[in-house]
Design a protein around this ligand. Structure first.
Ligand code: 3LM
Length: 391
């Protein structure tokens, strides 16, 4: 019988417990691996024999992490990277060539936008951002040269959602692949491969690791495709995950479902508090009763996640809030135990040209993003209460 997600997030080690029966995975801090014979070395390079070669091409500790995340995302294989951007760039570069087009959700993490702008300028790979709330608009925006549909859902930082099942059907009908950035929810709350996505990418820096102590990325999808990425864009561009990072993420995975439950419960309380505050003019959070895509959130996600965006009347008022918090930490990143608060327009999305940011992505200058942590909800609320009182 297939075990439940909460069990699988802890019991990924058993078949691999080869050294001394160690409960946790051995940490192989080795850059290279000794071949038993010249013939074995040759066979490993030719892909005719399994076995380690060099830690840029694979590492036993990293391999445990790749398998564990693939299992949680219900994919055939996983591939680890030195950062979320390492995963996103390697996957996209492996999928496209000059003259191709990438169709994207209207909002994207700032550096993902930066990568696409660079691919367009230097390598003639075009991209467009479109509102995907109506699948008909996605179908209309597909071009003959569209090879990839690239989606964040929920979108960083506006929390708008994309219907993955509908969009995957459109992408496949046009011969394109769907890549989904699942960073904001983690596989505990959303499993895009089961909804038709071809590849899932993660900034493992966030909820997968969960403790704000590392930078890492993972991609999950079909084994044949990820083998190709491993031996091309990962191997030759080289954004590899270090074994220590893999080990720390494996430790984080054991508490992923429990952490996500608490992130969601805390964020729900904070969002409801913010929604009722007279100085808060807008709150975006998929768990709120009046969230515009409520039906989709309930159909596609197992929980609304831990990130909330909200607005206050002016940019100056927003700065006041950021400078007045005491418990929440004024920092970018998200998905860790500590509550983090930041200003997308001047921080995470500052690389996006202001007109694209405001008009296409819907990120107003007054928008504040909060990654609700695992502290007691009443303490997070009390902190926001005193900070909002400073306006
Ligand atoms: C942030 N985000 O604060 P790394 N995909 C998504 C992300 O949110 C991120 C990445 C990929 C933030 C980082 S801003 C300088 C700090 C949806 C990162 C990239 O390469 O692991 O950082 O992941 O929103």
């Amino acid at each position: 019988m297939e075990r439940e997600f909460d069990t699988r997030s802890i019991h990924w080690m058993e078949p691999k417990r080869e050294v001394h029966g160690s409960l946790t995975p051995p940490l192989y801090l080795s850059s290279t691996f000794v071949f038993p014979t010249a013939e074995a070395g040759e066979a490993r390079f030719a892909g005719l024999e399994d076995g380690m070669i060099y830690s840029r091409l694979g590492n036993p500790t990293v391999a445990v992490l790749e398998q564990a995340v693939a299992d949680l995302e219900q994919g055939e294989a996983g591939l680890a990277f030195g950062s979320g951007m390492g995963a996103i760039s390697a996957v996209l570069i492996a999928m496209v060539e000059s003259g191709d087009h990438i169709l994207c959700s209207e909002g994207l993490y700032g550096c993902t936008y930066g990568l696409l702008a660079m691919l367009k300028q230097k390598f003639k790979v075009d991209f467009s951002l479109i509102d995907m709330s109506d699948p008909a608009k996605v179908a209309a925006a597909m071009r003959p040269e569209t090879k990839v549909v690239y989606v964040e859902t929920p979108i960083n930082p506006t929390l708008k959602l994309v219907d993955l099942k509908a969009v995957s059907e459109i992408a496949h009908a046009h011969g394109a692949q769907l890549v989904v950035d699942n960073t904001f929810l983690s596989p505990a709350l959303q499993q895009p491969l089961l909804l038709g996505a071809d590849v899932v990418v993660h900034s493992a820096t966030k909820y997968l690791g969960g403790h704000g102590d590392l930078i890492a990325g993972v991609a999950v999808g079909r084994k044949a495709f990820l083998d190709e990425v491993r031996m091309s864009t990962l191997k030759d561009i080289g954004a590899v995950m270090a074994p220590m990072e893999a080990w720390l993420i494996l430790r984080g995975l054991k508490t992923l479902p429990v952490r996500m439950e608490r992130h969601c419960a805390n964020a729900m309380k904070v969002a409801e508090y913010l929604a009722g505050h007279e100085k808060v003019t807008r709150v975006d959070y998929p768990g709120l009763a009046d969230f515009p895509q409520k039906e989709l959130a309930e159909r596609q996600m197992r929980g609304p996640g831990g990130v909330i965006s909200f607005e206050v009347a002016t940019l100056e008022a927003g700065r006041k809030v950021l400078n007045s918090v005491r418990l929440a930490q004024l920092a970018v990143s998200l998905g860790e135990a500590t509550t983090l608060i930041q200003h997308p327009a001047s921080m995470t999305h500052s690389v996006v040209p202001p007109e694209v940011r405001r008009e296409e992505m819907g990120i107003s200058d007054g928008l504040i993003r909060i990654s609700v942590g695992l502290e007691a909800a009443q303490d997070i609320i009390a902190d926001l209460e005193q900070a909002l009182a400073e306006i």
